[in-house]
Write a protein that binds this ligand. Structure first.
Ligand SMILES: [Fe+2]
Ligand SMILES: [Fe+2]
Length: 211
């Protein structure tokens, strides 16, 4: 199934609803879209729609024999940046209520929004499978144990914002090849800025290169 010809917000929104109908998740999608449209900036909302459409096509292309992977990737893509625009205090407030044994005070904001986003998605939509919550939690750092839905989101989030004209070719690439490209980019950026590399990111890199 090809991508829509254009990636403007109204085209993508219609496409997201068509995907939701195909995946039998229409009322969930309506609820999440209403909530995101009123809480995210237009740019972040547009990015979310694009990630959902890319994740759907990656799942169809590479995991078509796994319908649950497609459904999990759809839900995780819709919710993956739910906490992206919260303040540091709000991230910490959400994470304080979880039982994750870690001091989050010094964690980079990229990491924080994926962990607080996972916690918020779990609180707001308790019916979601653990796989969806994990995919959100690892969408920035990666993790060697990520399943195909989480890898699908990891790739779609990385590809979003790229040239739409060349996107068909990109999503047809092996998802683990795209995961490796993203992990290398993340690690290089962190090294360049002399920032800490999350253990999950390093372990994911090792697993992707077969160490
Ligand atoms: Fe994100
Ligand atoms: Fe994102």
């Amino acid at each position: 199934m090809t991508l829509p010809a254009h990636n403007d917000a109204s085209t993508l929104e219609a496409e997201v609803l068509a995907i939701a109908q195909r995946r039998d998740m229409l009322s969930f999608a309506h609820h999440v879209l209403r909530s995101l449209a009123s809480s995210l900036s237009p740019g972040r909302y547009h990015h979310t729609l694009e990630v959902v459409v890319l994740a759907d096509r990656i799942a169809l292309l590479h995991f078509s024999d796994q319908p649950q992977t497609g459904r999990d990737a759809f839900a995780a893509a819709l919710l993956h940046d739910i906490a992206k625009e919260l303040s540091s205090e709000e991230h910490l407030e959400i994470l304080r209520k979880t039982d994750t044994p870690r001091d989050w005070l010094n964690a980079p904001s990229q990491v924080l929004h994926s962990k607080s986003g996972a916690a918020k998605a779990k609180a707001d939509y308790p019916e979601l499978p653990t796989e969806v919550i994990d995919a959100i939690a690892y969408h920035t750092t990666g993790h060697p144990g990520m399943d195909n839905a989480a890898r699908t989101l990891f790739c779609a989030d990385y590809l979003s914002g790229g040239e739409w004209a060349g996107m068909e070719a990109r999503i047809s690439e092996n998802p683990d090849k795209i995961c490796l490209e993203k992990v290398k980019t993340v690690i290089c950026k962190l090294v360049d800025r002399e920032k800490e590399i999350e253990a999950d990111t390093f372990q994911f890199y090792r697993s992707l290169i077969g160490i």
